[in-house]
Each structure stands twice: as C-alpha cells, then as structure tokens.
Design a protein around this ligand. Structure first.
Ligand code: CTP
Length: 398
C-alpha cells in the first residue's frame, strides 16, 4: 500500500525508540522507501545500523552527514522528498525545538523544508507531558498544522502509570497509511457507511441476528478514510476495530440503524449500505425471559423499515447511494431489480455460493451493477474491493 512512497522516520531519545525498528520493518513490508533520521540521544537506545539493515538506507544523525551519492543535500532533500514524516518517539526536547523553529540537529532541521504531512508522537513521562510548557508546545505544533498522535496510557518505563507511552507500532503504521497511502480523491466528501449485522431483541436475553461480520463495511470505511473523506460508520455489533480517522455510530436494531444512517445521510455525498439489516423484527419484545412450555413456539414478526429504499426515495441532488445485495440464487437478476426498486445508483452484488465471497471471509467477489451495466470484479481482499467501489463511484461522477 506504500509502494513508491518515501517515508521518513524521525527517532529521538526516548526508551520507546527501540519500537521504531518494528515500525520501519512494517513499512518496508508495505513497500515504502524508509529513511531514518535519529537524534544523537536516540542512539543510546537503538543503533543506526539496526535501521540501516532494515531499511537498506543510510541513517542520518548529524546535519553535516553526507548523502552516499553526494547529489543531495540531506537536511533539505530528506524533508522535501518525503510523502510523510513520523517523529516518534518525540521527546519534550524535540517537541519544544520543532514548536519554536529551533533546528540544531538533522532531525529538527529536516522538518523545516518539508511540505508533506508531519506526524508527531510526544512520548515521555506523564508529569513531563503534563508540564505547562510542553503542553503549550504541543498546542503550538497543532496550530502550525503538525498532526499530533496522542500518547497512549499505561505503565511507563520510568515506573509511573499514566499518559505518555508510544502507541502500538500497528497504530503508528495505520497513521502513516492514513496520511500517505492513497491519492486523496475523496477529500472534502462526506461518506456514510453502514456495516455489520443488526440484532432484534426477543426478550432481555435473546436476539434475532445474522452472520455478517462487518468486514466489508469496515473495509469500505477504511478505504474512504485513506482517500481523504470524512467518514461516518454506522455499525451493528462486530468484533472489529474502528478504522483510524472514522467516526463510529454504534447501533443494535434495524430501527436504530435506520435513525443512525438517515440522520447522518442528510449532508452525505456518498452513502453505502453494506449492513445486513433485519427485514423483520419481533412484533413485541417480552419484558421477562420467555420460558419454555410444552409444544412448539411461534413468534410473530413485523417488517422493519427499508433504509436503502428510504435513502433512494429521498436522494439529495448529487448524492450517490450504493446498496449491497446478497443472494443464494439468481444473483444478478435479483440485484439489478434492487437497483431499480430502491432508486440506488449502484448495487454491489455478492454471492453466498462462491468460495472467497460473502460473510466472515477476508475476500469478496463483487459485481458492480449500475444503469450503465455490470462490472464483474475478480476475487479481491475486502479492502481492495472497497477501493474498486470508490474508483467506480468517482468514474461515474466524472
Ligand atoms: N437494506 C436496508 N434496509 C433493510 C433491509 C436491507 O437498507 N431493512 C439494504 C441492505 O443494506 C442492502 C440492500 O438493502 O444494501 C439489499 O439488501 P438484501 O437483504 O440483499 O435485500 P432486501 O432488499 O432485503 O430484499 P430480499 O431480502 O427480498 O432479498
């Protein structure tokens, strides 16, 4: 996902510096070209050689370190050539220097000419972090347009408990992906995505639900965030982590999902209904547990509201409404009928009968059905499929 991207890691002298080896390695595995700049103090915690072996690039420490090829002036080219800079861990000293324009080593100098997103992760003892001057410097950095990654809370190496930890390596990599992974072709757009199953209560203990894992909808939300959209994810219960940069609206029932989606869709540019919404809900919910008796039990069900249909009937000018369709037979005919009936702009049809498609799995095989015709996608990861959905939507809006 970071193929062709130049990522610069600025590592300063906190104990968490050792974790940056893992970050560098993860970025290399995502095909990024990774360049590391360290402060002299950082070399007390991890060696430059570690990063050089992992990144296959020279590590810079002093302002007068020369580039191998002599064609570049590293304190300028490192910053100007970067697609994203992550400074982590950022000590109080480095935070203070950058906030005040002090450039007295390679790390604090190379950020000055940079034009790319610069992510700074303050990481230090909880009381140092709470210090009013440090807080003022962090505020200043935000005002100057630097992105601050909030430190995590927990046991700190100095023996204190509290805020100041470097977040997990995976989160740091996610932050870089969010900043640099894709062209920001959805910037300025609001995207609302629904995901997961709904749960319709029968009594205080039991629900009617379905097998949806939410993986497709969460992948769509993530892809939209990578592409720069403002994303609201209306989700039924799932075991998934909310993608970074995405606003989560948690719901349980079809009625809650109806409200969550329709309220957020008011000013949305794109709405994608990938949730598996219950078509029926128990006509009444028992106050107490339904006790078993002799013989069988029938439970009367009533219809829920069709959210996609409501969105299609109330479509705002310029709004793009996309639904999903899951069928066990006559997939394309039934899905095309939903495009018409629900006044949607696109239906993503996925079969339950094909291997590598549908619920729970990490891949999907979609047919994108629009008024222009059908586009059959190959088996893709759900994230790749999500990007194809947005490619299609943007191509239709050209
Ligand atoms: N959908 C919805 N509200 C509902 C039921 C479904 O918005 N109460 C949406 C789904 O999120 C999906 C699309 O409608 O985007 C199609 O869902 P699907 O269950 O495949 O079809 P239905 O319209 O429910 O029709 P049927 O159950 O007869 O196949």
């Amino acid at each position: 996902m970071l193929s062709g991207k130049n990522i610069v890691l600025g590592v300063s002298g906190g104990i968490a510096a050792y974790k940056m080896a893992n970050v560098a390695s993860m970025l290399v595995k995502l095909h990024a070209d990774v360049h590391v700049v360290m402060t002299r103090n950082a070399t007390h915690f991890i060696t430059a050689e570690t990063f050089e072996v992992l990144t296959k690039n020279k590590v810079y420490i002093d302002v007068f370190d020369e580039a191998d090829d002599k064609a570049h002036v590293p304190h300028i080219s490192l910053g100007t050539g970067a697609d994203c800079i992550l400074i982590a861990p950022a000590t109080a000293n480095v935070v203070g220097k950058i906030a005040n324009g002090i450039a007295d080593d390679m790390l604090t100098t190379m950020v000055l000419p940079a034009r790319c997103p610069i992510l700074i992760c303050p990481s230090m003892n909880v009381y140092m972090l709470e210090n009013a001057i440090v807080q003022d410097n962090i505020r200043k950095l935000k005002e100057f347009g630097y992105q601050i990654i909030e430190p995590a809370e927990g046991y700190l190496a100095c023996g204190y408990e509290g805020k100041g930890k470097l977040p997990k390596e995976e989160e740091l990599v996610e932050q870089i992906l969010l900043a640099a992974a894709c062209e920001k072709d959805l910037a300025g757009k609001k995207v609302v995505v629904s995901a997961g199953p709904t749960e319709e209560p029968l009594d205080p203990i039991r629900v009617i639900t379905n097998h949806s894992s939410g993986k497709m909808g969460y992948a769509i939300a993530k892809a939209a965030a990578y592409r720069g959209a403002s994303v609201t994810l209306v989700s039924g219960p799932t075991a998934l982590e909310t993608p970074l940069g995405v606003k989560l609206v948690s719901v349980h029932t079809a009625e809650e999902m109806f409200r969550g989606v329709t309220e957020n869709a008011e000013d949305a540019d794109i709405v994608i209904m990938s949730a598996a919404v219950a078509d029926y809900t128990p006509a009444t919910v028992a106050d107490q547990k339904i006790k078993k008796k002799e013989g069988d039990l029938s439970i009367p069900l009533k219809r829920t509201k069709d959210i996609l249909l409501t969105l299609g009937q109330n479509k705002k000018p310029g709004q793009f409404i996309c639904g999903f369709s899951m069928e066990t037979e006559n997939l394309l005919e039934n899905s095309a009928a939903k495009l018409e009936k629900k006044n949607a702009d696109m239906i993503c049809a996925n079969s339950l009968t094909q291997e590598g498609a549908g619920y729970q799995v990490d891949t999907n095989i979609l047919t994108l059905i629009t008024k222009e015709g059908n586009e059959q996608l190959p088996k893709l990861s759900k994230l790749e499929a999500a990007h194809k959905i947005f490619d299609k939507i943007l191509s239709l809006q050209d």
